[in-house]
Design a protein. Structure first.
Length: 476
């Protein structure tokens, strides 16, 4: 067994690059998601170690001395972080020339050839669903026999092995929470809408929706929702509750936890017996009956991808959602006392100045507790990327998704809508939502009843204004 180090490399200050992050970038309010997609293969490799550098504020100076202690280095990478991840790999290999270096993640899944070509220090990449591919490498199986692996052979020629079959029995995956306990300081993970400290994990992979912009189902997870059994999930939850008594909220980070309503209700009822607070991702079409069951059994919050308030844009991106259904769902959540963190995207195909305004006004109308507004990001491997290249919406020679500081940019443009207009719409959206009497009153009321919340919101407010200031500097 190779001594194996799993690494989320040092990056920009506040860069949320872990696989739990839907967009790898710096946030409006500094936040970090658990590196679940790294922790999962780490749980399969005996004696391994996981380092998640950004949330633990670890620099290359902290990481480099460890290179000599390992035989195998596995880095998670993404389209925005790949150049800096390669530099990290180069430095680690310089410190230990015998170190074998591999990469995982959507970036290398869709462009294994290019990733190996552009990263001379990279020995191999594990494509698609990579957990057991990495396990095979760590167990020193011959690389020629490992499914899902792309690598350089002895002559330096890139070889692509056959695909690894998609994992069907999800109960074969060990608990990621045990890796969290062993290697991570969970208090370093936080965001603006979950209680702190929180803990996130997956109960299944894949999403049956066909949203053109969504990275994971189109690259690694697939479009079938493959799930762990209710018993397996609850076994981990019981273990995690005992192992992390400080956790105030558990989050199920499945792309759409509510894709399977009977299963969601079954897990909720078991969570109710466990007496913990929990939250999850959801599509804005969950019926009232199911919402009521979830709420009665400890559900606090739903993270909901609304994307747009314009029906034609939702059709354009194959969201499979009707605006009126999303409105009814949101009213049901408000009635039941379920908090919503709503996410929106500016700059999707069909966007105009009018639709940008329409969506901002619609967000005010439906009034989720908090929002996140992202700039449309055409990640390689998605239909949106293919569509953008074919239609000239994306300049492929200048298609960076973040700037040199890790701030999300607007890579798409349309004949009637410029990069700059899309970029500036994000700040306008946030201001129209948060800087209104009703929302200010909600936030102040929340702070009055909780000194801890007051400190947190004040800190987030300072971060938010600093972020807007930096964005203006980028625009200038």
């Amino acid at each position: 067994m190779l001594r194996t180090l799993f690494l989320q490399a040092p990056s920009f200050d506040g860069f949320d690059g872990g696989a739990g992050a839907r967009y790898q970038t710096r946030r409006e309010v500094k936040s970090f998601w658990f590196p679940t997609w790294l922790a999962q293969p780490a749980a399969l490799v005996e004696g391994s170690r996981l380092i998640d550098a950004p949330p633990h504020r670890q620099t290359m100076a902290d990481i480099l001395p460890l290179a000599k202690d390992y035989d195998l280095l596995v880095l998670h990478t993404s389209a925005p972080s790949y150049p800096s991840d390669v530099k990290c790999a180069e430095a680690m290999k310089a410190a230990n020339p015998d170190l074998k270096v591999g990469m995982i993640g959507a970036k290398v899944a869709v462009d294994a050839e290019g990733s190996l070509r552009d990263g001379a220090c990279i020995d191999f990449v594990a494509r698609n669903e990579f957990d057991f591919t990495i396990k095979d490498v760590a167990e020193e199986k011959p690389w020629a026999d490992i499914l899902g692996l792309s690598y350089r052979n002895g002559e330096g020629v890139v070889v692509h092995n056959d695909e690894r079959p998609i994992l069907e029995d999800m109960d074969n995956l060990p608990f990621v929470s045990k890796v969290y306990k062993r290697d991570l300081h969970i208090e370093n993970y936080y965001n603006g809408y979950l209680k702190h400290p929180y803990l996130s994990l997956y109960t299944g992979r894949g999403c049956k929706s066909r949203c053109t912009f969504c990275l994971w189902p189109q690259t690694v997870g697939g479009h079938r929702y493959r799930t762990r059994s209710v018993e397996h999930v609850m076994e981990e939850m019981k273990w995690a509750k005992e192992a992390f008594p400080q956790v105030k909220e558990f989050f199920f980070d499945d792309d759409t936890f509510t894709d399977n309503l009977p299963r969601a209700e079954a897990i909720a009822k078991e969570m109710g017996k466990l007496g913990v607070t929990w939250s999850c991702n959801a599509k804005a079409n969950v019926p009232y009956k199911t919402l009521k069951v979830l709420k009665e059994n400890g559900l606090r919050l739903l993270l909901v991808g609304y994307e747009s308030g314009n029906q034609q844009i939702l059709h354009n991106v194959k969201k499979g959602m009707r605006v009126e259904v999303a409105e009814r769902f949101t009213r049901d959540c408000h009635e039941l006392g379920i908090i919503i963190h709503g996410t929106f995207i500016a700059g999707l195909p069909g966007e105009t100045r009018e639709t940008l305004k329409q969506t901002a006004e619609w967000a005010v109308k439906i009034n989720p507790r908090t929002i996140q507004v992202s700039l449309a990001a055409p990640y390689p491997g998605t239909f949106l990327h293919k569509q953008a290249v074919e239609n000239g919406w994306l300049d492929v020679d200048h298609a960076e998704l973040v700037d040199e500081h890790g701030v999300h940019i607007a890579p798409l443009h349309y004949p009637h809508l410029s990069h700059q207009e899309i970029f500036e719409s994000l700040e306008t959206f946030y201001r129209s939502f948060y800087f209104r009497p009703r929302k200010i009153g909600e936030i102040v009321g929340e702070m009055v009843f909780s000194p801890t919340m007051m400190k947190r919101r004040l800190r987030e407010g300072v971060e938010f204004f600093e972020f807007l200031k930096e964005r203006r500097n980028v625009a200038a």
